[in-house]
Design a protein around this ligand. Structure first.
Ligand code: SF4
Length: 354
């Protein structure tokens, strides 16, 4: 933990995602002798090409690698419940999916400014390139985000600096504006050429994405918010696993798709047993089949008709009924016999993201 200290002009905080742009921005500032401290945000919504899991470990580990290679300290902030509130009720609209990009950037910049102050740094650095992302990287959006996060004049964007008025660190001579660049737009050609020039070799996620901007994923997020007043990051994380169904009686059913998602579904649901409604988790005991979570309350009867339809549909076709299914949680695991029912219509009708 770095104690709060008086601001040092050539100490700055870089928002380091682990992607190409922020890596280049860091390299440029390190080469100018600026003392950088990296700040990395994680969430379950990162889709970087290194295959992040629930905690977006792919880009997280890449940010760590970049920081270590450049010899800069790194702090990680996990986007938590306060970020769920941003997704649920953004003040400044959404993009094509459930992505609240303007509010998301304001959230991020506020956290970064707090960190900057706490370590006695004087400005922020980002890898943003003007015009690269339609919602949050237009010039007007960039200025709006800066103003609303209290970061006016202190955000330096080395890759696009020549398209902005000189910022505080440039005017004060803490960085050399002449050595900054004027890149714009979505093409990454200039960044890739710059990476070669600066010796940045390992950049596996040049354009990491965000699940919130995915229209299909957005259907599940919207459904969750429509049916629950008390959404947590764990609920949102669960949306990444398996097929999701909203039944006509309002119950939610999740059916895993393979062995890996069986385990993930079971693990995520095991951590939700104090929730209301809580998930009851079923596991195919006698033959290859899915794990299933059905959200309900303690006084509801065993949803045998739903289980029959699901296990008839998703268990290996040659399997003879009744199916042996284990109730994993809540409570002590025990086995039940599930009869066959090939009429899947009722469940199919509730499928989210068909
Ligand atoms: S794409 Fe996702 S991570 Fe990026 S600003 Fe938008 S909501 Fe935030």
């Amino acid at each position: 933990m770095i104690p709060k200290t008086e601001s040092l002009p050539r100490r700055a905080v870089i928002l380091l995602s682990g992607g190409l742009d922020s890596t280049l921005a860091a390299r440029m500032l390190v080469d100018q002798g600026v003392e950088l401290h990296a700040l990395h945000f994680t969430s379950p919504f990162c889709t970087c090409s290194r295959g992040g899991d629930a905690s977006s470990a792919g880009c997280h580990s890449q940010a760590q690698i970049v920081a270590v290679e450049m010899g800069i300290p790194i702090k990680t902030i996990v986007k938590g419940q306060d970020y769920v509130d941003v997704i649920r009720k953004p003040s400044h609209g959404r993009g094509t999916g459930m992505n609240p990009c303007i509010d998301c950037r304001i959230f991020t910049f506020r956290k970064a400014r707090e960190f900057m102050t706490s370590i006695g740094a004087s400005f922020l650095v980002t890898g943003e390139v003007i015009g690269q992302r339609p919602m949050s990287q237009r010039a007007d959006a960039i200025h709006f985000i800066e103003k609303n996060s209290g970061c006016n004049d202190i955000v330096l964007r080395p890759l696009s600096a020549h398209h902005f008025e000189p910022t505080l660190p440039e005017r004060e001579g803490w960085v050399d504006r002449e050595k900054l660049l004027g890149i714009t737009g979505r093409s990454r050609k200039e960044q890739i050429a710059l990476a070669e020039e600066l010796g940045v070799i390992d950049y596996p996620c040049p354009a990491g994405g965000c699940l919130l901007a995915d229209k299909t994923f957005a259907i599940k997020v919207r459904d969750l918010f429509d049916h629950s007043g008390d959404v947590t990051m764990a609920d949102l994380n669960l949306l990444k696993v398996g097929r999701h169904f909203r039944l006509s009686d309002g119950r939610k059913v999740v059916v895993s798709q393979n062995q890996e998602s069986n385990r993930r579904l079971e693990t995520l649901c095991a951590a939700m047993q104090d929730r209301s409604p809580f998930p009851t988790v079923y596991y195919s005991q006698g033959c290859p089949g899915p794990s299933v979570a059905i959200f309900g309350t303690a006084d509801e009867p065993l949803p045998m008709s739903i289980l029959s339809k699901i296990y008839s549909r998703y268990t290996k076709p040659e399997t003879a009924a009744p199916f042996l299914v284990r109730i994993l949680s809540p409570g002590e695991p025990h086995d039940i016999q599930v009869p066959r029912d090939d009429d899947f219509t009722e469940v199919q009708d509730g499928m989210l993201c068909k």
